[in-house]
Design a protein around this ligand. Structure first.
Ligand code: FAD
Ligand code: NAP
Length: 314
């Protein structure tokens, strides 16, 4: 049986693993369904992590994190966890995608969040064929071409700036005329000549054929439509938390969640279920920053170590 199971290998999970193993826990496994690193690996640049002044891509930035965490004994299993439940004997059971089960005395959930769909016509049909949520992954296909970007948060504006370096023109479509993104980023966007702001506007539909997207129809609040003939559209309309593993077979949830589905934790990252901790974007009021996710991971690991000191099977 594991002392600690960490689910998710983004900044929160990797930091939890580093602190738990460096703190002396022996049997600690981080379950990550893909490559460790988390969603920041999709970012074109990170410039706000303290002590790391060199601007790197998210992938470059996260490259050294697994190595550092594993130096102290953290084990990584490339597995998707389908469910976590707690048995009457005070032991957690993790059900993995292959059907295997794993038992652990304590669990830290660090499953982060995923891009939301915007909900316009054609979005699902053309997803992966011109509709994308990752500029770092797909921006290259639109070198020298015009593209559209949807959203008014930090992600949309930062990724529009990234795309503006290689694409000939960016239509930045936002449903309001005020942005959620930080003022410094908004300023940069406004000063980038090949970004055109299409404000107070929604995408009505994306259209195309077997070869992919041919354009998007955008409508303003008065109903005036505009046909933007772009082969690519990047949507950045916020994130959904990945809380599915907490859902039990009978429909109950393993611990308390907010209305938005985030895990409710206290300042020690404890959930309402003893021995279960949550860290990073998955938790309530997460600032959704790498530095905060890492801080949460460290806090959760220290709390789990305290919990394990008094752990006993029932
Ligand atoms: P995540 O990074 O989401 O990691 C969760 C991990 O869990 C993933 O690797 C996922 O594969 C894994 N996982 C999920 N479910 C399961 C499962 N069932 N079983 C196994 N594994 C699972 N923040 C900044 O501070 N600065 C920035 O410049 C910045 N730019 C960003 C740009 C973009 C494009 C995006 C999308 C985000 C950006 N952020 C930025 C936000 C930052 O990336 C997140 O706040 C941070 O990654 C959250 O870390 P996390 O560990 O909580 O979750
Ligand atoms: P976000 O801040 O939630 O912004 C989502 C944007 O999409 C909003 O402008 C929203 O419009 C718009 N939107 C939502 N649903 C829509 C729909 N159906 N159709 C059209 N537009 C829609 O999401 P985010 O930009 O992904 O950022 C998530 C978190 O990560 C934030 O906390 C952010 O600060 C953080 N982050 C930080 C950095 C950084 O620090 N450099 C970088 C990236 C992300 P409204 O504004 O009208 O609601």
């Amino acid at each position: 049986m594991l002392d600690l199971a960490i689910i998710g290998g983004g900044p929160a999970g990797l930091t939890a693993g580093l602190y738990a193993t460096r703190g002396g826990l022996k049997d600690v496994v981080m379950f990550e369904k893909g490559m460790p690193g988390g969603q920041i690996t999709q970012s074109s640049e990170i410039e706000n992590y303290p002590g790391a002044p060199k601007v790197l891509t998210g992938l470059e930035f996260m490259e050294s994190w697994p190595e550092q965490a594993m130096r102290f004994g953290l084990k990584h299993e490339m597995e998707e966890v389908l469910r976590v439940s707690k048995q009457p004997n005070n032991v957690f059971e993790l059900t993995l995608a292959g059907g295997k089960t794993v038992h652990a005395k304590s669990v830290i959930v660090c499953t982060g969040s995923n891009p939301k769909r915007a909900g316009f016509e054609g979005e699902d049909t053309f997803f992966g064929k011109g509709v994308s949520t990752c500029a770092t992954c797909d921006g290259f296909f639109y070198k020298g071409k015009e593209v559209a970007v949807l959203g008014g948060g930090d992600t949309a504006l930062e990724e529009a700036l990234h795309l503006a370096k290689t694409s000939s023109k960016i239509y930045l479509i936002h449903r309001r005329d005020a942005f959620r993104a930080s003022p410094a980023t908004v300023e940069k966007v406004k000063n980038t000549p090949n970004i055109e702001l299409v404000l107070n506007a929604q995408i009505k539909k994306v259209y195309g054929g077997p070869m992919g997207v041919d354009g998007v129809i955008v409508a303003d609040k008065a109903g005036n439509e505009r046909d933007l003939k772009v082969p690519g559209i990047f949507t950045f309309v916020g994130m959904n938390v990945n809380n599915g593993i907490l859902r039990q077979e009978n429909g109950d949830v393993l611990c308390e969640l907010s209305k938005a589905g985030e895990v409710i934790v206290d300042l020690s990252m404890k959930t309402s279920t003893p021995g279960l901790f949550a860290a990073g974007d998955i938790r309530i009021e997460a600032p959704k920053q790498v530095v905060c996710a890492a801080g949460d991971g460290a806090t959760a690991a220290l709390s789990a170590m305290g919990y394990l000191e008094h752990w006993e099977s029932k």
